[in-house]
Every structure is written in structure tokens, then in C-alpha cells.
Design a protein around this ligand. Structure first.
Ligand SMILES: [Zn+2]
Length: 490
């Protein structure tokens, strides 16, 4: 019996305490029924499904949701549409939503959002997905207002985050930073790369001429790479559907990043940009071929040697001379941000290191590095985790300010409070408990390790493990020809 008046639908309602602006379940149901009635659907009470007050991320406790899906799968096909107030009430991530919608579609059941009506066809399903995306973004990141604000800004081509190097922000717009010369440095980076110079060489020469990044760091090859990949310089704005933070990372291939036309003046031409992108692609392909070929080199001091100038780890970066002796080099030097080469062959540094160890044992003199605070029952607090939480808060406060939700005064207040808390947490974390050590016992221990690492029948990985039980770090100062060994006893 087909009768227009007897089309049966169902309603799924889920409330959670995370959104303040929400209608009560009753008024949601009322709105859903009104909407359904206009489409000729009747929603009997038995097909009103309701899940209560759980956070959107947890799907396990959605008893009524599961019951609804089970009924939907029945052969009798009791209803052919599920009405929801918002898509975010139906499923809280895109994957989940797609899985259930596909399943329901196969059964001839559609999911309709009453407050987000969607046109038919491909265009409609695209919008539907964008709505799901932004809902997911809300849950993972910020308040709904921030999302809305940023989406609007991004769609208008307005900046959603702090300006990149080479621009300044004035009246919520990016302007080329000609005053400090940064805009010209961006142009220079693109031109030099297009002329065949590599990222590392560009980073090094800019660093030596006093250029610093927006955060005051020495330029390195990754920073140059980031600049070369940033479409902001041809007048585009990037916006991440996963949250603004993702944009600042080096994931320029992230599919969730939306690129729209901005309102700011480009710093370089599209021709130059295209040429550079082609070269970057070619470079990447060549590099991945090389990376596949290269093997991991094992040596006993792996990960233990630091550069005496910048503190970065020394890593094996190739071979030297006809005999192809393996060499170590400061990682930052290899990236172009440390300007003092710390190249040394592995046999040379190993010999000097063993000599240094034996000297320490002979004199019974060890430079000890304080131990990490012991996590006893009373101090099981993970301060690093707490600090990370505060840092995230700080970022959010900044985002809220940039999205024009908070005033500068509110932002300044939040920032002050959070910064104070971070300082407090750091102070608590850094209260080291320096243990008294028995020099004679420790010297014996070191002696044993020295014997072990001098053996020929032990491999480099085992030697490295043995060393890590007594060595905190080895600092190599090439200029002084000095190797400083720092011990720990734990
Ligand atoms: Zn260095």
C-alpha cells in the first residue's frame, strides 16, 4: 500500500554537554518532526532513537544508535530515512559517518540533517563531507565559533594564521615586509633555488649574513624547503581542515589542506613558483632513490656525540678519502644552520673516546650529569605532559585571538596566565635529585664497559647499548680538538 501520507521515518537524537548553544532533545525532536512532516514523513515514537550525554568521540555507549542500525538492517525495512538535527549528531568522524551512510544507502535509507539541508547530487555530497570535516575539526580542536570564523575567513581569502616570513600583518591583512628586507629574502630564496643552488647552501649563506627566521632561528635547509613550498608567496592562503596548527608544519602534501586565493600581494611570479615546484619534485624523486640505497651505519658512539658549537647530534654523513672511511658530521651543519664543520672519521673519534675513558678511570674523575628525577609514588606527575597541555592552551588562545573571538586584552591576559603556569611547572620538573655516587664502584663499572667495547667479537649495536648505561653524551669541540665525556649513573 503506497500512500504519500504513510511514509515512515526515524529520528536520531544525541545530546552532549560539549555544545552550549544546542537545543534540548525535545525541541530537536519537535524541529525534526516539523521538517519531516513537510517532506511527507511521519516519525512514530518507536522510531525515535535517543542517546544521552556522552562525549562525541566515544561510540561504544551509543546503545540506541546501534539499535537503530540493527532495525534499519531488518528485512521489513521499517523506515527509509533517518532524520538528525545535525550530521555531527549522527557520527562524530568522517570515517564512521561514511561507513554507516554507505551501509544505510545500500538498504535504501538516507540520512537527512534538519538544520543543514543539502542539495541533491555530487555537489550535495561534497558539501555534506565538508560539514562532516568541519564538525570533526571542531571536536578535535577548537570551539565551534573558531571553526566558523576561520572557515569564513579562509573562504574570503583572509589570513587565518600569523603571517609567514616575508609578510607583516596590518589591519588583519598580510603586507609584503619590505621594511625589514624579509620580502626580498623570500624573492632571493626562490631565485637562487631556481638558479640551481641547494637548500642547504642557501640556508648557510643567509644564516651567515645575519638572516633569522620569524622565530629567531638560524635558517636551515628545512626552513628553506618550507619557504619554497609555501603558496602564500604567490598570493594564496592555506587553510587546514584539521586545524590551523597543521598548516605551520612541514606537511605541504597533506590532502586536508585547502588552498584558496588570498587578498595579499604575491612576492614572486607564478612562473618562478612553477619552475621551483618542478625542481623540488625532481629533487625529491632523486633523493628518495638515494635514500633507498643508503644503509644504516652502526657504530658504538651512535647518537651519543654532540657538536661543541650548536649541541646537535653528530651523525654519519658519508665517507672520506680513498679508503672510504666513514665520517661523522654535525646534523645542523648538514642542514645549513650550524656554520662550523665538525667532521671527523669514526675510527679517529672512537680511538680518542676510548683514550678519554681510560684517562677518566685512571684519574677516577667523571663529569656526572644529574639524573632525571626519580618517579617515586609521590612524584608520579608527568610534568612534560602538563607543560604540553599548557602549550596547547597557549596556541588555542592565540588562534582564538587571530580568529577575532578574543580581544587583544583577553589574549594578553590568557597568555600571561598560561606562561606563568608553564614556568611553574618547569621549575617543579627541573628539581633534580642528584644522587651521591660511589666513585670506586662507578670507576669499576666504567672499566668493565671499556673492556667490553674494545672486544672485536662484539657488534656495534651491543657496544652502543653498553655505553648508554654510563655515557650521557660526548661533546666534540673541533676547534680545540677536545672530546668531553659526560657520565651518568642510573
Ligand atoms: Zn653544530
Amino acid at each position: 500500500m503506497e500512500n504519500d501520507l504513510l511514509k515512515i521515518g526515524s529520528a536520531y537524537i544525541r545530546v552532549s554537554d560539549e555544545r552550549q548553544d544546542e537545543y534540548s532533545p525535545d525541541s530537536q525532536l519537535k524541529k525534526i518532526r516539523e521538517y519531516a512532516a513537510k517532506e511527507g514523513y511521519l516519525i512514530p515514537d518507536e522510531y525515535v532513537f535517543y542517546d544521552d550525554g556522552i562525549s562525541g568521540k566515544s561510540t561504544q555507549k551509543r546503545n540506541d544508535f546501534n539499535r537503530m542500525i540493527a532495525i534499519a538492517k531488518e528485512k521489513s525495512h521499517p523506515f527509509d530515512v533517518i532524520y538528525v538535527w545535525k550530521f555531527s549528531r549522527f557520527a562524530r568522524n568522517q570515517e564512521e559517518s561514511m561507513v554507516y551512510k554507505n551501509l544505510l544507502r545500500k538498504k535504501g535509507i538516507s540520512v537527512v540533517s534538519v538544520s543543514e539541508p543539502i542539495p541533491e547530487g555530487h555537489f550535495g555530497s561534497l558539501i555534506e563531507r565538508i560539514i562532516e570535516w568541519t564538525d570533526e575539526y571542531y571536536l578535535v580542536n577548537l570551539g565551534a565559533e573558531v571553526t566558523r570564523g576561520m572557515t569564513e575567513k579562509a573562504s574570503r581569502g583572509e589570513p587565518t594564521c600569523a603571517p609567514p616570513f616575508g609578510y607583516v600583518m596590518k589591519d588583519k591583512k598580510y603586507y609584503p615586509d619590505e621594511a625589514s628586507g624579509a620580502a626580498n629574502i623570500v624573492r632571493e630564496i626562490f631565485t637562487r633555488y631556481a638558479a640551481g643552488e641547494k637548500q642547504r647552501a642557501i640556508a648557510q649563506s643567509l644564516g651567515l649574513s645575519g638572516v633569522r627566521t620569524r622565530y629567531g632561528n638560524m635558517p636551515d635547509n628545512r626552513w628553506i624547503d618550507y619557504v619554497l613550498h609555501n603558496p602564500c608567496y604567490i598570493g594564496k592562503v592555506r587553510w587546514s581542515l584539521n586545524g590551523a596548527r597543521a598548516v605551520s608544519k612541514l606537511d605541504f602534501e597533506n590532502e586536508n589542506i585547502m588552498i584558496v586565493n588570498g587578498q595579499h600581494e604575491p612576492l614572486i611570479s607564478v612562473d618562478l613558483w612553477n619552475k621551483v615546484q618542478q625542481m623540488l619534485d625532481r629533487q625529491k624523486k632523486a633523493y628518495s632513490k638515494y635514500a633507498r640505497k643508503s644503509q644504516t651505519v652502526e657504530y658504538m658512539l651512535k647518537g651519543l656525540v654532540r657538536c661543541g658549537v650548536c649541541g646537535s647530534t653528530l651523525a654519519c654523513n658519508g665517507t672520506s678519502g680513498k679508503e672510504k672511511v666513514k665520517c661523522l658530521q654535525c646534523c645542523n651543519y648538514a642542514r645549513g644552520s650550524c656554520h662550523t664543520s665538525h667532521s671527523i672519521t669514526i675510527p679517529k673519534i672512537e680511538a680518542a673516546f676510548i683514550e678519554g675513558l681510560e684517562d677518566s678511570v685512571g684519574k677516577k674523575q667523571f663529569t656526572m650529569v644529574p639524573d632525571e628525577p626519580k618517579k617515586t609514588d609521590s612524584t608520579t606527575i608527568d610534568y612534560d605532559k602538563l607543560i604540553a597541555v599548557e602549550n596547547r592552551r597557549l596556541e588555542r588562545a592565540k588562534e582564538a585571538y587571530l580568529a577575532e573571538i578574543d580581544t587583544i586584552e583577553q589574549y594578553a591576559k590568557n597568555k600571561n596566565e598560561i606562561t606563568e603556569r608553564i614556568a611553574e611547572l618547569k621549575a617543579k620538573r627541573d628539581k633534580h635529585i642528584v644522587k651521591e655516587i660511589d666513585i670506586d664502584v662507578f670507576a669499576k663499572k666504567v672499566e668493565k664497559v671499556v673492556e667490553y667495547i674494545k672486544r672485536d667479537d662484539v657488534d656495534a649495536i651491543a657496544k652502543n647499548e653498553a655505553l648508554r648505561t654510563i655515557i650521557e653524551k660526548v661533546v666534540y669541540e673541533k676547534a680545540k680538538g677536545n672530546l668531553a665525556i659526560y657520565f651518568h649513573d642510573s
